[in-house]
Design a protein around this ligand. Structure first.
Ligand code: NAP
Length: 295
């Protein structure tokens, strides 16, 4: 369906810096076309000092809402009038719905992750999850999984200046959700192998392997078996070296494209109350990324 822009057309977008590389405009505009929503979605690269003013514009322009990416997720959380349960637990938002001048904050990253696993017949309920990295994406996944019944979550991060604080924050999330969450040293090879043995799902939530970086979060696969599912949040490339190594051993793997599309679809639904056709979008994006790789 071809969209005609008129005086009735609503505006939505993503606010971040940098943001020009983002696939969000493609995801949402595809959704508007497929579902007949009269709206356009743009990327807004905004300087830190202009961020709060930009949120005021979201209200003034009666926008459907905005997605928020780095580095503004926490600032956006503070500026919202109300926030969802998971956003409150994470302490940041990636989606703001605008209704009658009220900003309603949500975070769809963790649920997007869970939906992308569901699509591949993998459930997180009652499972033991191992997460490599403890940044924004990991935290969203940890909080959502803790709320939705994951049995145990083991997180690995480097023992640097943020380790102690992260440990305190993860303990607080564990206390609030009654989930078992433990932080370990990323470079403790023995502990890593012990945890691999008792895990069902192993997630790379670091940047290791992104783009031209061919490093792996770990390369000792001696304890990784066909009982495991390996998930890499990276979607560029679609198959990182880490995932390739697992694929070569016949281990089930999932890349980050599903999470990207599902978190977008959930945000789309919050802003429009319509369901984005995820399956056809996934195919189109994969083709687009393959084409980009060839060029
Ligand atoms: P982030 O907040 O910057 O966190 C990155 C994490 O990776 C941190 O815990 C950091 O460790 C760790 N890390 C970075 N370099 C490392 C190294 N050399 N060795 C060990 N650990 C290292 O980033 P993020 O937003 O969470 O994103 C993480 C990954 O997920 C990225 O690859 C991103 O592209 C991907 N992602 C995918 C989606 C999706 O929809 N598929 C969504 C969001 C993010 P320290 O804590 O020790 O500094």
């Amino acid at each position: 369906m071809k969209q005609e822009i008129s005086g009735y057309t609503r505006l939505a977008g993503v606010i971040a810096n940098p943001i020009k590389h983002s696939l969000s405009p493609m995801i949402h505009n595809y959704g508007y076309q497929q579902t007949g929503v009269d709206a356009v979605y743009l990327a807004f690269e905004v300087e830190r000092q202009d961020f709060l003013q930009t949120l005021e514009t979201v209200k003034l322009f009666n926008m459907l809402g905005v997605n928020i990416s780095m580095p503004y997720k926490k600032q956006a959380y503070d500026a919202c009038d109300t926030v969802s349960e998971v956003a409150a637990l994470i302490g940041n938002v990636n989606t703001i719905v605008q209704k009658k001048g009220q900003l309603i904050g949500c975070n769809t990253d963790g649920l997007g992750f869970i939906e992308s696993l569901k699509e591949k017949d993998v459930s997180i309920e009652g499972k033991s999850l191992m997460i490599l990295g403890a940044g924004g994406a990991a935290r969203a996944i940890i909080c959502q999984c803790a709320l939705l019944g994951t049995k145990e979550i083991n997180v690995f991060k480097r023992k640097n200046e943020t380790y102690k604080q992260q440990e305190i924050e993860l303990q607080e999330i564990a206390r609030k959700t009654q989930a078992m969450i433990v932080l370990h040293d990323f470079n403790d090879d023995g502990k890593r192998n012990q945890v691999i043995e008792k895990s069902d799902i192993i997630v790379n939530a670091t940047q290791l392997g992104m783009g031209k970086d061919d490093r792996m979060p770990f390369d000792d696969f001696s304890k990784v078996t066909k009982q495991h599912v390996l998930v890499d949040l990276i979607y560029h490339p679609l198959e990182t070296r880490w995932l390739k190594k697992a694929n070569d051993k016949g281990i089930k793997t999932i890349n980050g494209l599903g999470m990207l599309v599902h978190q977008g679809a959930l945000a789309f639904n919050l802003m429009t109350q319509k369901d984005l056709p995820v399956k056809s979008l996934l195919q189109d994006i994969e083709q687009l990324m393959e084409k980009k790789k060839e060029n």
